[in-house]
Design a protein around this ligand. Sequence first.
Ligand SMILES: *[C@@H]1O[C@H](CO)[C@@H](O)[C@H](O)[C@H]1NC(C)=O
Ligand SMILES: *[C@@H]1O[C@H](CO)[C@@H](O)[C@H](O)[C@H]1NC(C)=O
Ligand SMILES: *[C@@H]1O[C@H](CO)[C@@H](O)[C@H](O)[C@H]1NC(C)=O
Ligand SMILES: *[C@@H]1O[C@H](CO)[C@@H](O)[C@H](O)[C@H]1NC(C)=O
Ligand SMILES: *[C@@H]1O[C@H](CO)[C@@H](O)[C@H](O)[C@H]1NC(C)=O
Ligand SMILES: *[C@@H]1O[C@H](CO)[C@@H](O)[C@H](O)[C@H]1NC(C)=O
Ligand SMILES: *[C@@H]1O[C@H](CO)[C@@H](O)[C@H](O)[C@H]1NC(C)=O
Length: 377
Amino acid sequence: MWPSRFHFVNASVIAVTVLIICAGLTAGLNNGLASTPPMGYNTWNAFHDEINETLIYHAADELVETGLAAAGYDYLVIDADGWANFQRNGSGPIEANSTRFPNGIKAVADYVHAKGLKLGIYSDSGTLTCAKYTASLGYEAIDAAQFAAWEVDLLKYDNCFSRTVRSRYEAMSDALNATGRPILFSMCEWGVSSPWEYGNQVGNTWRTTQDISLAISATWDSVMNNLEGTKGLARFGGPGGWNDADMLEVGWPGGALLSDVEQRAHFALWAILKSPLIFGNDLRNMTRQTLNILKSPEVVAINQDPLGIPGDLVWKQGPQEVYAAPLVDGSRAVVLFNRHQHLDPNFPSQNMTVFWRSIGIPPNVTVWAFLFSSSRP
Ligand SMILES: *[C@@H]1O[C@H](CO)[C@@H](O)[C@H](O)[C@H]1NC(C)=O
Ligand SMILES: *[C@@H]1O[C@H](CO)[C@@H](O)[C@H](O)[C@H]1NC(C)=O
Ligand SMILES: *[C@@H]1O[C@H](CO)[C@@H](O)[C@H](O)[C@H]1NC(C)=O
Ligand SMILES: *[C@@H]1O[C@H](CO)[C@@H](O)[C@H](O)[C@H]1NC(C)=O
Ligand SMILES: *[C@@H]1O[C@H](CO)[C@@H](O)[C@H](O)[C@H]1NC(C)=O
Ligand SMILES: *[C@@H]1O[C@H](CO)[C@@H](O)[C@H](O)[C@H]1NC(C)=O
Ligand SMILES: *[C@@H]1O[C@H](CO)[C@@H](O)[C@H](O)[C@H]1NC(C)=O
């Protein structure tokens, strides 16, 4: 896997124009957020529902101290049902567990905002959350108003104990809108209702597949499974609404589940698909290698390119795949991905060919190519 970026002169913009038309669904959500895919940190992978305010304060500090906030990772998402009480108090709003969050969510939001970051929180569209805590079905307006009063900036909305998926996500989307506070709506319904077909009317991101899994010897397969489920959907994504291939497994835990080259391939692919870049490893002990991958400025720039056209598979032969996306300056981002022998940490190199035509460049233009390789330190 060598992500590469090709600059070319004198090139026709016809291919770019065509892609814009394909991506041109009418945006209905219109909350002004996610003009590029959201980037940030999510507590789930490292902490599951063992979360508390101390952990969130530390995570905010660490995002800034590691330089990850400056690199663009500005959402800090409390992702687990454990932040809330098990049960709703009468017909009142969802409340924070006062043992775990003694100062309440508003205080946490204030702390996070003072660091220049944004706060995300979690709820569920069903009768219960996945770990059987309070969920928001029937209480969308009350809970959304509570989240807005706490000055929350993102809601990740899960799909456990749920049915009639689309209308339940629309109900929360409307409720968030009614608060008047722009809150990024992260639809986590696992791709079951083909959310890409209507997602940009309802949310800012929509998961395309089941959860990415962290399991010894299964993590890479899960990354590939989510890639398969997101391939071919590029035309549905664009500024304001993005396909979400789920969290990054880069750096977690300590590289034991994915080799270095697998982590770089995972990151480059998520970047070019314009999936949100939300990582979830333990912030307290990231390796230099993990930081290098997450901060890689060229790869992050491709994900955050203001043109906002997701890349997709453009060529495949055996284990070799080419993904490409047009960029705002008329150049192309290209990922050359070799799936062969993916479990071999030594990952033997292969030569690969990219055909200009397959990345939308007419054969008669002069091309300048700049390559950056995943083998950088
Ligand atoms: C609510 O929806 C309207 C109509 O799409 C939009 O103009 C407005 O910006 C939205 N407000 C918020 C806070 O999302
Ligand atoms: C907060 O959660 C973290 C991670 O689960 C844990 O290590 C820590 O002991 C907890 N702190 C408190 C005060 O409960
Ligand atoms: C709050 O969290 C603690 C664990 O830290 C748990 O024992 C308790 O049951 C929770 N309280 C409520 C009301 O859910
Ligand atoms: C439940 O809500 C009522 C107000 O509606 C409040 O007086 C009471 O203290 C709340 N109970 C708990 C355990 O938070
Ligand atoms: C990071 O620290 C946590 C808590 O001390 C530990 O459980 C985990 O194994 C550590 N991870 C790495 C990569 O060192
Ligand atoms: C790649 O191509 C070059 C030039 O043809 C050749 O020298 C090299 O051995 C090839 N590498 C592999 C791994 O096939
Ligand atoms: C490339 O070929 C196309 C089709 O023949 C033509 O329209 C275009 O002007 C050519 N571009 C250049 C830079 O020669």
